[in-house]
Structure formats: structure tokens, C-alpha cells
Design a binder for this molecule. Structure first.
Ligand SMILES: [Ca+2]
Ligand SMILES: [Ca+2]
Ligand SMILES: [Ca+2]
Ligand SMILES: [Ca+2]
Length: 308
């Protein structure tokens, strides 16, 4: 009995470790930001030059490829077809190119000197979704598929997983607010049926992906495609200080680690006392409860960021 239970415990521990290692491995693709890469990167190209190269490749790709848009017509609420992209040739010569179906958005990428470089991402929304949109700070419960422009699938989640938008590559992070979450029914067996969740895909230059970092064996400077189903979302307040994480990115650059009002090396989104005055942010943010951050001395700096 005793031996058996030791064996079982060890086996369970081993299994847990193995599972954790596997999860870590698979998570590295999506959750490794390019600056988190432990591997030495090749020297960084100029953002502007690389963006021009990537943008040319992406436009050429979009002009010569189509996606399975017919599969997204008259979707039933719980449908989420897999994105298939193929070349426009042969039997598919008369397909509509992705180029004719995309919208675009621009994101500034900041280099280490603080210079800003505009990057263009292209996207298609196949179904908008029925609920709220996440912010770039929120947790998202998603199914996704990641592809290169050669159509190789480098990462895929067919069962939904929770991701923090701030921990994924920039192009993924900045795209998720364009989708809305869905709703769900609980089946008789206790499982969930998700309905009317947002579905879309985004094509991004490498500067919004892993850039020069060799993450997961992908070629450096790879433009990336992500197909995302926005099942549901969770607003985040990492430090529970009553200020949502999205509102702790004071300079609005979608980087939450570079805002540290009291310079104590704890970024605001993780700091329960943002001005280090000994009064917790949650106790001085909106003490009069009018929904607006208090500013007792009227100097334009709200109390929770004002240690005077
Ligand atoms: Ca910031
Ligand atoms: Ca701080
Ligand atoms: Ca805080
Ligand atoms: Ca304070």
C-alpha cells in the first residue's frame, strides 16, 4: 500500500512536471515577446528598412492568396471554421485575393532610444462578436492559429486557452481589441457552448512579431499571420488597486512595464501604492466615490499619483 502510494505520488509529480514542461514549451511561441527571448538574437535591422521589406512581402502575399471566405458565410452561432489560406491559381484562379478584403491599422514601435516607427498590420474580421472587446491589457480566452507567409502553421490552439494580451506579440495584442467576445450556454453535461464570438485574422510585419529573435526556431524577421476566435475576456487589475491595468499604462504605448510613477522599480500595474505615500491607491483613487480620480490639491495630478 505504502509503496504503491509513493509510486503514485512520484508518478503524479513526474507527470505534472512533464506536463508543465510541455505547456511551457508550447506557450513559448505565443507568449514569448521578442525581448523576452533568452537566446541571443542576431543584430537588429533598422525598423524602417525591415518594415518596408516585410510590407512588400505581405502585400505580395495578399495579392496572390485567398482565404476560405465561403466557409464563413451564414455561420451558425457556435461555428468557428479553421482558417485555410491558399494560392490563387489553377482551380482557384477566380478567388478574391485577401488584398481586396483587408483593413489595416498602424502601431508605433519604439526603439531603445525612444524613436517611434509606424508599423502597418492588415486584418479581416469574419464575425465581429456580440459582447465587449478586450483592451490590450486584458486576459483573453481564445482559440488561435499562427502561420508564416509560406502557410506553415507554427502554433495552434484548437481548445481555448487564457492569454494575457500584454504578454503576447505586439501585433496579436493590438489586434484583439478589434474583436468582441461571445456568449455561452451550459450544456446538460456541464460543458459550455460558445456562441457568436468574434473571429478574425491579422497579418503583421516582423516588427510586431518576433523581429530578430529566433523564437521557437522560426526564421528571424518573419511576418506572422494569426487567426483568432475571441471566446471570452476578463478585465484585469493586476495589483487589485481599483485602477484597471489598461489605465496604468500612463504613456499609452501598450507597454505596462515602463510606467513607474514613484520610481521604486515596481511598475504601476503591479504597485498597490503608486506614489509611495503610504496610502494604498485603492484608498485614495476615488475616496469621494464620484467615479473620477480625486485631485485634492487641484494640480492636475490625481492623488494616487501625487505624493504631496
Ligand atoms: Ca507604458
Ligand atoms: Ca512603482
Ligand atoms: Ca497600481
Ligand atoms: Ca498612494
Amino acid at each position: 500500500m505504502y509503496l504503491a502510494s509513493v509510486f503514485n505520488n512520484n508518478f503524479i509529480l513526474f507527470s505534472i512536471r512533464l506536463l508543465s514542461a510541455l505547456i511551457l514549451l508550447t506557450f513559448c511561441f505565443i507568449s514569448c515577446k521578442k525581448d523576452d527571448s533568452p537566446i541571443n538574437s542576431i543584430p537588429a535591422n533598422d525598423y524602417l528598412d525591415q518594415h518596408n521589406i516585410d510590407n512588400d512581402s505581405i502585400i505580395d502575399f495578399m495579392q496572390n492568396h485567398f482565404y476560405n471566405y465561403n466557409d464563413y458565410v451564414n455561420l451558425s452561432p457556435d461555428d468557428g471554421p479553421e482558417l485555410i489560406i491558399d494560392s490563387i491559381k489553377g482551380d482557384n484562379s477566380n478567388k478574391t485575393p485577401i488584398y481586396d478584403q483587408v483593413s489595416s491599422f498602424q502601431i508605433d514601435v519604439k526603439d531603445s532610444d525612444g524613436n517611434l516607427f509606424p508599423h502597418t498590420a492588415y486584418y479581416v474580421i469574419m464575425r465581429e462578436g456580440s459582447g465587449e472587446s478586450p483592451t490590450v491589457a486584458d486576459s483573453v480566452y481564445v482559440r488561435y492559429k499562427g502561420m508564416l507567409l509560406n502557410k506553415d502553421v507554427f502554433d495552434q490552439r484548437k481548445s481555448p486557452i487564457w492569454l494575457q494580451a500584454k504578454n503576447v506579440v505586439r501585433g496579436f495584442q493590438e489586434f484583439v481589441p478589434r474583436l468582441k467576445k461571445g456568449s455561452f450556454d451550459i450544456n446538460v453535461d456541464g460543458t459550455y457552448k460558445f456562441n457568436d464570438f468574434g473571429i478574425g485574422f491579422v497579418i503583421m510585419p516582423s516588427g510586431l512579431g518576433y523581429f530578430n529573435s529566433p523564437v521557437g526556431g522560426l526564421p528571424s524577421y518573419s511576418p506572422l499571420i494569426f487567426h483568432i476566435e475571441m471566446i471570452t475576456i476578463n478585465q484585469t487589475d493586476h495589483d487589485n488597486d481599483s485602477v484597471l491595468t489598461i489605465n496604468e499604462d500612463l504613456d499609452g504605448d501598450s507597454n505596462f512595464d515602463n510606467d513607474d510613477t514613484d520610481s521604486d522599480s515596481i511598475a504601476n500595474y503591479l504597485d498597490p501604492d503608486d506614489d509611495n505615500d503610504g496610502i494604498l491607491t485603492k484608498d485614495e483613487y476615488d475616496a469621494d466615490g464620484d467615479g473620477i480620480a480625486d485631485d485634492s490639491d487641484g494640480d492636475g495630478i490625481p492623488d494616487y499619483l501625487d505624493n504631496e
